[in-house]
Design a binder for this molecule. Sequence first.
Ligand SMILES: [Zn+2]
Length: 112
Amino acid sequence: MPDHIDTVEFRALLLDRQTELHELSDISAQSRGAVELDQASVGRVSRIDAIQQQSMALASERRREQEQQRIKSALARMDDEEYGYCIACGEAIPEARLRFDPSIATCVSCAK
Ligand SMILES: [Zn+2]
């Protein structure tokens, strides 16, 4: 673990984010399921609208799932004391970058 990383704090950040993503998924599950209900009662334009909203909701859900995966890997790296090091080159990742996204796995140069 790089000296500049407070594991306790970053683990808490990751777990908080995990909870937040779960909650967002629950909320959006409602709008993802809403289209069928609408179809019987609304016109074509509203239906297209609803379908577009649904596909946007599905896309954000996929992004959330990917982030959940990254958080899981980050927590696993923490257990292996590899957290905070770039998985590609092994350099320590600057704290500011980890603060921006605690689940990040690579340094700036390797992310390109
Ligand atoms: Zn790197």
